[in-house]
Design a binder for this molecule. Structure first.
Ligand code: ZN
Length: 426
């Protein structure tokens, strides 16, 4: 039987951090200067290089910070706000809802799982995608200059990229919650005690990030995940029509370039646009790297990591963006010296992050692998067939292999730590 974890809700009073000083932090005021010109270092196919309309925030919903009001058994169509492209419902939030609705803690993880299974689909633990919001976004695209025979291919490819962008972004929030369980386990094995000074309270962390949504570093992490494991994930299966296009590598790199442009556009809302302070977009899209799409493709997977701006962190191992996320979570440990929270807004971070991963040099989100049909990879359930046309549904049915009800993405999940059942489409 699977060992479903219980969120650490017991004896965890929500505490918010004290004031902090900024000694031992690195400040970098490098402002990424976005050059407001279209790329001219390669010949863009006419039309396919059209600028993208402003990207809606992947998950701009701010569900109050009043945890006591969370009741997930009450149906709630979050996708009705058609600016919302997706959302993630955390396992801890399911735990909080259980407490609120039953007036007690669940006996074990299995009972919590049974409760989760009883919830309306849109409120279940996991990654959720709002198909109509993505469809609406795609309808705003200009197809000017696109050969009329290729208009639907163009819109489908933009849908495909938007979809993997949103899914990988939401996976970033799942990864953050997995980290909280990993930190608990690691700290227990290091100290030999469950109740140790490193054990952080994910819910305190969660409340804090909801209190300061505009500077929430977790969104930067999620945008990084969207680039690394979504848009630039070389193992991601391309849409079927790609095989018929003679100049596919050029088209692929052009349209991906346009997506990175809209992601890093300074006019975009914060904290999402803050990703441009952390990833060197000019470098990840420079000609030599884009050319790898058609040459040595596997090296493209490293491009995003190699161009994340975390420098000067003193350790045997280089600091990674995951370490800064762990650092933030560990600020909500009891009896631990508060060392400040890394914010999204500008590039500032501690010289010595409080991160167990950092000390162990451990990070299993660096790799992307070819997906196989196992519980170790992200599984997408197929959306219901309806009469209305949907770009998202078309892309999904295109990606689906003839047999089977699911699509697997080359993004790892962590079934031993926090099983992620499926990505839901609404
Ligand atoms: Zn997000």
């Amino acid at each position: 039987m699977r060992n479903w974890p219980l969120p650490n809700l017991k004896n965890q009073k929500i505490t918010l951090p004290p004031e902090w000083d900024t000694r031992d932090w690195i400040y970098s005021e490098r402002e990424y200067m976005y050059k407001n010109s279209s790329p001219n270092y390669f010949d863009m196919p006419k039309g396919w290089g059209n600028p993208w309309p402003d990207l809606p925030s992947p998950d701009d919903e701010t569900p109050g910070i009043d945890l006591s009001s969370i009741r997930l058994s009450v149906p709630r169509n979050r996708c009705a706000a058609n600016t919302l492209m997706g959302y993630y419902i955390g396992w801890h939030i399911v735990g909080v809802s259980f407490q609120n609705e039953k007036g007690r803690d669940p006996h074990d993880g299995e009972e919590l799982k049974a409760y989760n299974d009883s919830l309306p689909e849109e409120n279940k633990f996991g990654v959720h995608i709002c198909m109509e919001s993505i469809d609406n976004y795609i309808r705003k695209f200009s197809t000017e200059g696109v050969d009329k025979d290729h208009v639907s291919d163009y819109l489908e490819y933009c849908t495909y990229l938007t979809l993997i962008y949103v899914i990988a972004h939401e996976w970033g929030h799942y990864r953050s919650e997995v980290l909280s369980f990993q930190v608990s386990k690691l700290s227990e094995s290091v100290t030999g005690r469950v109740d140790n000074e490193y054990r952080s309270c994910y819910l305190s962390y969660f409340v804090n990030k909801k209190m300061y949504p505009e500077s929430n570093f977790e969104e930067v992490f999620a945008e990084w995940a969207a680039l690394k494991l979504g848009v630039f994930n070389f193992y991601m299966k391309p849409p079927a029509f790609a095989a018929q296009m003679t100049n596919w590598p050029l088209i692929e790199s052009t349209v991906k370039y346009m997506l990175t442009e809209v992601m890093s556009r300074p006019s975009r809302t914060r904290p999402y646009s803050d990703i441009r302070h952390w990833v060197d977009f000019e470098s990840i899209t420079e000609n030599t790297i884009l050319r790898r799409f058609s040459e040595n493709k596997s090296s493209i997977n490293r491009a995003v990591n190699d161009n994340v701006r975390i420098e000067g962190v003193r350790s045997l191992y280089n600091g990674k963006i995951t370490d800064l996320l762990v650092h933030n979570q560990m600020q909500f440990s009891r009896n631990r010296r508060f060392n400040g929270i890394v914010e999204s807004s500008w590039n500032s971070y501690p010289l010595h992050p409080d991160s167990l991963f950092y000390h162990f040099g451990y990070d299993d989100c660096l790799d992307a692998h070819k997906a196989s049909k196992t519980e170790n990879y992200l599984r997408l359930s197929m959306p219901p067939q309806t009469i209305n046309f949907s770009y998202v549904r078309k892309v999904l049915y295109d990606l689906k292999e003839s047999k089977g009800d699911f699509i697997y993405f080359p993004i790892k999940v962590f079934p031993d730590i926090l099983p992620l059942d499926a990505v839901y489409f609404h």
